[in-house]
Design a protein around this ligand. Structure first.
Ligand code: NAP
Length: 281
């Protein structure tokens, strides 16, 4: 079994992006800028945002974090987003989720101009992705896609099973695999026989949030298995895939941690640079 090393792939991607930023700076005399809005003091969100800022600085992006207390009014956040939409030094805007209950997530997502939507959550970008047009692509599925393509460049005709249908992961992942001419089955909590579906797959992407749901005897020999899950358990952080069991069958598998996670942040940087490049045309 080959371990798909997301940490290494992310470091390689960051090196390419750093070079790209240097070239963009030479050409345009400015660098892409990422602005993150962080509301409240949830520890995981603070850690994510700190990591995003650190990675952005590492590749040479201009990076800014705007912090608000939990009690901030929705209209204050929406006004700030409008201001950032028209700020030419800002290429990408990200509002860290989850949001406090009194702030409408969909309103916030739709306030971000699609051309600066580095998370790829705006309905315009969702529609563009499903129509096969250029768009920002949600960072985690984009990271999974790049890992799969690095390992298996030709996905023509492969059978893929995506476990989970969230807007964040499962649905965009399905679109990316379809674009690569895979035959894709998308499964969810109401799927009748998940094991039987997975046993058909050349590629499995698990994005569920249930620790070690995908077992060794669910995976056919030679399958590529991508584990998106991050689950806190008594034995530490585990994925949605039973690593020991599945590693005996699969041809390739991503570990948790060190698989999809590092690629997610690298793809955020990629999306920011891509937004900048599209704005210069
Ligand atoms: P989510 O929004 O909770 O969606 C979970 C999906 O799994 C839903 O579509 C649900 O089906 C489906 N599901 C639930 N139980 C199932 C079952 N028994 N069999 C088959 N499908 C089932 O989760 P998410 O936001 O996509 O996140 C999924 C996991 O990825 C979590 O562990 C999260 O922490 C992790 N994550 C990792 C990264 C990263 O960077 N690595 C980024 C984001 C998320 P229904 O639609 O029918 O409810």
């Amino acid at each position: 079994m080959i371990l798909i090393d997301g940490k290494k792939a992310a470091a390689e991607l960051r090196a390419v992006l750093k070079q790209e930023v240097t070239e963009l700076k030479a050409k345009h005399n400015k660098v892409p800028g990422l602005t993150v809005i962080l509301i409240g003091d949830l520890t995981p969100s603070q850690i994510y945002v700190r990591n995003k800022e650190k990675s952005a600085n590492e590749v040479g992006l201009k990076s800014e974090v705007i912090k608000y207390p939990d009690s901030v009014e929705e209209k204050t956040v929406l006004e700030k987003i409008r201001e950032l939409n028209s700020d030419k030094t800002v290429s990408g805007i990200l509002v860290q989720l989850p949001l406090p209950k009194h702030i409408d997530k969909q309103k916030v997502i739709e306030a971000i101009h699609p051309s600066k939507d580095v998370d790829g959550f705006h309905p315009m970008n969702v529609g563009n992705l499903s129509s096969g047009y250029e768009s920002s692509i949600p960072c985690t599925p984009l990271g999974c896609y790049l890992l799969i393509k690095k390992f298996e460049p030709n996905l023509n005709g492969k059978k893929a099973v995506v476990v989970g249908r969230s807007n964040l992961n499962g649905k965009p992942m399905t679109q990316l695999l379809l674009k690569e001419n895979c035959t894709v089955t998308i499964t969810h909590s109401k799927t009748k026989d998940l094991k039987a579906e997975c046993l058909e797959a050349d590629i499995i992407v698990a994005a569920v949030g249930i620790p070690e749901l995908v077992r060794g005897d669910w995976v056919k020999k030679d399958a590529i298995v991508i584990d998106v899950g991050i689950n806190k358990t008594d034995k530490g952080i585990v994925g949605d895939v039973h690593f020991e069991e599945v590693s005996k069958n699969a041809r390739a598998l991503t570990p948790v941690p060190g698989g999809v996670g590092p690629m997610t942040i690298a793809c955020l940087l990629k999306n920011t640079i891509d937004c900048f490049k599209r704005s210069q045309i």
